[in-house]
Design a protein around this ligand. Structure first.
Ligand code: AVJ
Ligand code: FE
Length: 369
């Protein structure tokens, strides 16, 4: 079942280069937004990560550029300063990628492929192409044809999908690659609930805005209201600029939460989301429209499942656990299908709007008598 990802590594690399092929080196080297890295940082970081895991740690070779390791380590060099320190220029980053890839292929010739490490490095590159697209959108640098959001057509079907009460197996199955935060698979009891068949569209978001969505205190959490006031958030620019029937994208968790309350609904928990996705995959594939266009905020904090063990990349998940980050599910137009599985967990801070995130509502079902 597991295909060694040598071809997939090559294909991902082609796509990484294709993603930025229309850009000048100057656009790759500047920091378009303090939230994001210069694109050349992402490129060199992809190379540094591959060298660390597939050449140094897996094959036992010294790092290619030990002096660059800290600059391209996400923790030692946070995003905010990546525009200020001396970095490889775009050409240097491309050469770094090529030189590391030669070492990776030599290491594979010598030692074969590790089903966890090689897949992890492949997915790291795929995830960074989404991060790069976030930066590209902020800098108005996306390629023609992107963002690739589609109009929804749910006509003639009920607005809600009812999910019956019952336990389900949450998390990734054994025997397929998964991130540590998706393990271990465990049983979760979920009460009956309903989940919206379609994500919230731009047109519906506009109704919210025009109906006083950003002014009605009662719809907002305390933290959300403070954020909205501090930053003078009065609308969602992308909702107003986009086509009416496409899923809303670039709303924060705070806005998603307020929107849900304005509708007398709520965000799904991530257990509800995963149960709905896996249950409908079996009973009625296609029951949930528009999954994979915009990440869907859930009401859950990002935390470890019972019995969580950090492995093998300790800084991937565990350092973000707690009550700071909210979980998103499903994937966006910019997420590679290899990443966007029904058990994949994404996370971000509740005020963030640069990610490709929208909303799918949930609500309780009346108790059966
Ligand atoms: C899973 C998207 C939250 O960007 O922080 C990339 C992915 N981790 N390099 C992030 C990641 C390390 C991660 N997210
Ligand atoms: Fe990374």
């Amino acid at each position: 079942m597991y295909a060694p990802p040598v071809d997939a590594l090559a294909q991902a690399r082609e796509r990484t280069f294709a993603l930025v092929a229309h850009l000048d080196d100057a656009d790759l080297e500047r920091q378009v937004d303090p939230l994001m890295s210069p694109l050349a940082w992402d490129l060199a970081h992809i190379a540094a990560y591959e060298d660390l895991w597939l050449v140094h740690r897996y094959a036992g070779e010294p790092l290619l550029y030990p002096e660059l390791a800290a600059r391209y380590d996400a923790f030692e060099t946070p995003r905010a300063v990546r525009g200020e320190i001396e970095l490889l220029d775009a050409e240097g980053a491309r050469e770094y990628l090529a030189a590391v890839r030669e070492r990776t292929l030599a290491a594979i010739d010598a030692h074969g492929v590790d089903p966890v490490l090689h897949e992890m490095v492949l997915r790291h590159e795929l995830q960074h192409t989404e991060t790069m697209r976030q930066a590209m959108r902020l800098g108005d640098l996306l390629a023609p044809g992107e963002p690739l959001l589609h109009s929804l057509d749910g006509h003639g079907r009920s607005a809600w999908v009812e999910i019956p009460a019952g336990a389900f197996a949450m998390g990734a199955a054994d025997g397929v690659f998964s991130y540590d935060n998706e393990r271990p698979r465990h049983r979760v009891e979920v009460g009956a609930f309903r989940i919206a068949r379609r994500p919230v569209t731009n047109a519906t978001w506009l109704h919210f805005t025009e109906g006083g969505g950003y002014q009605r205190r009662e719809w907002w959490s305390d933290e959300g209201w403070a954020w909205k006031e501090d930053y003078d958030i009065t609308h969602c620019h992308d909702a107003e600029a986009g086509l009416p029937d496409v899923p809303v994208c670039h709303v924060s968790w705070f806005e998603a939460d307020a929107f849900a309350r304005s509708r007398g609904a709520r965000l799904p928990t991530e257990a509800e989301w995963e149960k709905a996705a896996t249950w409908t995959q079996r009973t009625d594939p296609g029951a949930l429209d528009g999954i994979g266009q915009a990440w869907e905020w859930t009401s859950s904090w990002f935390d470890g499942y019972p019995g969580f063990v950090a492995h093998p990349y300790r800084e991937y998940s565990e350092v973000f656990f707690g009550t700071q980050y909210r979980v998103l599910r499903g994937g966006s137009w910019a997420t590679d299908p290899r990443i966007a599985t029904a058990t994949f967990r994404n996370w971000d801070l509740p005020q963030r709007r640069q990610i490709f995130a929208g909303v799918r509502l949930a609500s309780d079902l009346p108790e059966e008598s």
